[in-house]
Write a new protein. Structure first.
Length: 902
């Protein structure tokens, strides 16, 4: 039975005693009992999170009988993606949520194996019972979802099709339709149906519409139906605009322009991963017309602009004249990743390549992702201010402290690198012992990962009968630590600070783990090192501990070397580099996208000097290639092509956003997953992973850039503001420094608030506010105290953009792609000012600027005590004309039991 929803008091009454205090004298707001849901570090106070386990895309958003229903992708078994089912929560106001029992679960065969996972979809109220699935005269709720058939399915293994489930009790329990699937294209990437009723000019022209995607073809496919059971293909849309990743989670709806019912447009939302403007996953949208069967967009960008300047290389000549092309050993070759001539598009086995100019481009996918190598240009003189070029392919940046080869360090090789010798063929022969699923007699293995030296390596996936679900240990015999460094090649899964699963290589001294490391969640085995100089002369053991299950639930280990030399990791870069004086002075990489886009380097400091361009492909695994075209010396930076598209959000953490069906008063309310597939599995939260964004009401407005979506938090979010506790700072001047904002001498701060800012940038290059700041933080890193943290939200006068910079926001080291800055172009008001609102929660900031036409959503993980609000200016003087901080009441886990209170 579903949980009942008891009558609720007003939101204000509900949250008495559970508000986030807007601090004037700072103190922790985590006052509930230790360990209770809602008290954990980073647990949001007013954004939805499940009590525990993994969550991603919102699904089936619908309003029915006074309740908002939020279904979502959910793993009922753990905190990593897998076992995909529909979780469920309900709310009367979009802010106070009650987590309900699992809504739609996997389908299992007689052996207990999943044969069908439940991927994303939508829910509609079947007004008029067109499906005939309602009972007792009541309209049923109908869910259309993607059946992702697993390898165990007897007929459709690996395919995706659209299926139906129905509910006759208001959306709390669901029955899968016996005639599933209802739409089947025989495709492996056909998913994410969004269904709505189209009201035509006559009843005969009215019908149900489904928009779904052929994800890898970058197409939205449209179907129509009279009864939700039988569907007919109507049309396709796409590819268009950003095609850098798979298309997912579409939506289609009509809105008036500036509230005028006589002028409307249809909005087609297409989420994609990767290929978003801020990197990784995000959502774009198209504005146009829909006639009931086909959508026509009016904001498609068709051509890649070529900037004015001196074209240094356009790769149109049919060869690589002027370039030296080498393989991984530095030898000229025609068989390396770049081939012997520019490519003319996609190569064998590669997805469609787009965004290049003319016929030719550099494409290092010759032979797939496995080959590695480099190519270097003839020298040229730096004569203009910028060097601009098109780049695509893998997101694999150059990192300091790495080397291009994987040569082992000097030292003593332990256990012969796991290669058979002198009659020793297994770990047991070498004196190792195993436990659980991992028997020493079953290791090492010739399989698994790249980068191993020789034929064999330890692999806990192949070392037992259950693959990623093997559980056990492998422990070495004792050896003496007779060097300063213990080096080893490690690959496989990562479980950094995961309280539920351990996946580590451990160094044992006297039976205790004194060093430990986990894998990179990558197939490549790369060098890792421990400084053991303090343990020299001691006897030790190496232990591989695999207590992890699910995706990346294994480790690989090879070539353990004891010595005084530290092993440098092998670079896995796919980069374009500017070399001056033999040193790399600028570098760029792709975005895990087959669509090229412009990158520009400011090279004024090298004017008149000789330089070379070096293109490197040193990664042999997934996305191990680079795309380059049209290198142009320009007199200024070239805007990214992605910037010209229309985006739902220009931050990194607003994905899979779709709208609620049947929202009251005809409002269009959208909600997204607050995470990014770049790092979603690594975020430092437990026992839950991921939250939803604030629900946003969207409207259409006409701007200088055309007709655009404007977004604002729903009215219920403003109901959660504690207006009587608001504090305002007026006319605070900052001159090239960072300073606290004070109210009557006391510092402004808080961990849950809305901060409304009106800024006069003045003469500053950059200015704004810092939220969730600690003592000693300064916007200029050189002036900041060691370890100080804060998230900058401001305006960059040089670029004309509002930005969020989370580089030093707190915990950022859990993934290489997390730290950084995002921005959005914003035109100043007539008086030169810039205004924005920042909704701050315990692990997020959501910024609304330019009347809501520009939004930036970012996760942050600060220390709970970091709650100050600061003002900053760089390169000049700015004024905070007004900054009002209003606390937001806690609306989640208000009773400390994991259920939002009555």
């Amino acid at each position: 039975m579903p949980r009942t929803n008891a009558p609720r008091r007003s939101l204000r009454a509900l949250c008495v005693g559970a508000v986030a205090v807007l601090t004037l004298g700072l103190g922790s707001t985590h006052a509930l009992a230790d360990g209770a849901p809602g008290t954990e570090p980073y647990r949001p106070g007013y954004h939805y999170t499940p009590e525990r386990n993994w969550m991603n895309d919102p699904n089936g958003l619908v309003f029915h009988d006074g309740l908002y229903h939020l279904y979502y992708q959910y793993n009922p078994e753990g905190s990593r993606w897998g076992n995909m089912s529909w979780g469920h929560a309900t709310s009367p106001d979009l802010m106070t949520w009650t987590e309900q029992p699992l809504a739609i679960g996997q389908t299992f065969d007689e052996q207990g194996r999943s044969i069908e996972d439940i991927f994303s979809g939508s829910v509609v109220v079947d007004h008029g019972n067109t499906s005939g699935l309602g009972i007792d005269g009541e309209d049923p709720l109908i869910a259309l979802y993607t059946s992702a058939y697993t390898s165990a399915h007897p007929e459709r293994a690996g395919q995706q099709a659209q299926s139906l489930a129905y509910s006759t009790d208001g959306g709390f329990t669901w029955e899968k339709y016996a005639g599933n699937p209802v739409v089947d294209r025989g495709s492996a990437n056909f998913r994410d149906p969004k269904v709505f009723w189209y009201e035509g000019a006559t009843p005969a022209e009215s019908h149900w519409v489904m928009v779904a995607v052929e994800a890898t073809e970058h197409k939205v496919v449209l179907y129509t139906s009279d009864d939700l059971l039988t569907w007919e293909h109507a049309s396709d849309f796409g590819p268009a605009n950003s095609v850098g990743g798979v298309w997912e989670c579409p939506d289609l709806f009509e809105l008036p322009v500036d509230g005028n019912p006589e002028e409307t447009r249809w909005v087609l939302v297409v989420n994609l991963n990767p290929g978003a403007v801020a990197g990784g996953s995000g959502g774009q949208y198209f504005v146009g017309d829909f006639d009931g069967t086909s959508f026509t967009a009016e904001n498609i960008v068709d051509e890649v602009p070529v900037p004015e300047g001196d074209v240094l290389w356009d790769f149109e000549g049919g060869d690589f004249t002027g370039w030296e092309v080498t393989d991984q050993d530095g030898r000229p070759t025609e068989d390396g990743p770049f081939g012997n001539a520019p490519a003319t598009g996609a190569l064998s086995g590669q997805q469609t390549v787009s965004g290049f100019v003319g016929e030719g481009l550099v494409n290092s996918f010759h032979g797939g992702d496995a080959p590695v190598g480099s190519m270097e240009s003839a020298p040229f003189t730096v004569e203009r201010s910028h060097l601009s070029f098109l780049v695509g392919g893998g997101n694999n940046p150059r990192r300091e402290g790495t080397r291009l080869d994987s040569a082992p360090p000097a030292g003593t090789l332990l256990w012969n690198g796991f290669e058979a010798a002198d009659g020793a063929a297994t770990l047991a022969d070498l004196g190792w012992t195993g436990s659980g699923d991992l028997a020493a007699e079953d290791s090492p293995s010739p399989d698994g990962g790249e980068g191993a030296i020789g034929a064999m390596r330890v692999n806990t996936w192949t070392g037992g009968p259950k693959g990623d679900d093997n559980i056990g240990t492998l422990t070495s015999p004792q050896f003496v630590l007779d060097g300063a460094h213990l080096n080893m090649l490690v690959g496989g899964g990562g479980r950094e600070e995961d309280p539920e699963q351990t996946l580590e290589v451990q160094l044992l001294v006297d039976g205790e783990a004194v060093r430990r490391l986990t894998g990179p969640s990558d197939g490549l085995l790369n060098w890792r090192s421990w400084d053991v100089s303090d343990l020299q002369g001691r006897t030790a053991q190496l232990r591989v501990v695999d207590e992890a299950t699910g995706d990346w639930g294994h480790l690989t280990l090879d070539h353990v070397v004891m010595g005084d030399e530290i092993a440098l990791p092998q670079s896995t870069e796919t980069t374009v580099n500017l070399v001056v004086g033999g040193e790399v002075v600028r570098t760029a990489t792709g975005t895990d996208s087959e669509s090229l886009d412009w990158t520009s380097w400011d090279v004024r400091e090298f004017a008149g000097q000789q330089a070379r361009l070096r293109i490197v492909d040193n990664k042999s695994g997934g996305w191990g290639h680079v795309l380059v075209d049209h290198v142009v010396a320009t007199d200024g930076p070239v805007p990214s092509t992605l910037e010209s598209y229309q985006w739902l959000d220009r931050g990194r953490d607003y994905y899979a956003s779709v709208s609620y069906s049947d929202a009251p008063d005809g409002r269009r309310i959208m909600q997204g997953w607050m995470n990014n597939w770049l790092y979603a599995g690594a975020v430092p939260t437990s026992p839950w992973v991921s939250s939803m964004t604030l629900p946003r009401e969207v409207t259409l407005t006409r701007t200088a850039d055309g007709i655009e979506l404007a977004q604002a938090p729903v009215a219920h979010a403003t109901d959660a503001l504690i207006a009587e506790s608001a504090r305002t700072v007026s006319r605070a001047t900052v001159d090239d420094r960072t300073a606290p904002l004070r109210v009557r001498g006391q510092r402004l701060g808080g961990d849950m608030m809305r901060l409304d800012v009106r800024l006069d940038p003045g003469t500053a290059k950059r200015a704004g506010v810092v939220v969730r700041a600690s003592d000693g933080f300064a916007a200029d890193p050189s002036k900041s105290a060691d370890g100080a943290e804060g998230t900058l939200v401001g305006y960059d006068a040089e670029s004309g953009k509002v930005f969020v910079d989370r580089t030093r926001s707190g915990a950022v080291g859990f993934h290489d792609d997390f730290a950084g800055r995002v921005d959005a172009p914003v035109t100043r008001e007539a008086d030169g000012t810039v205004s924005f609102s920042v909704w701050v929660d315990r692990s997020s900031v959501e910024v609304f600027a330019a009347g809501g036409t520009r939004t930036l959503t970012e996760l942050v993980y600060p220390d709970p005590a970091s709650q100050q609000v600061l003002a900053f200016a760089e390169g000049g003087r700015a004024r905070i004309l007004e900054a009002t901080a209003t606390p937001v009441a806690q609306t989640m886990f208000t009773d400390g039991t994991g259920v939002t209170g009555p």
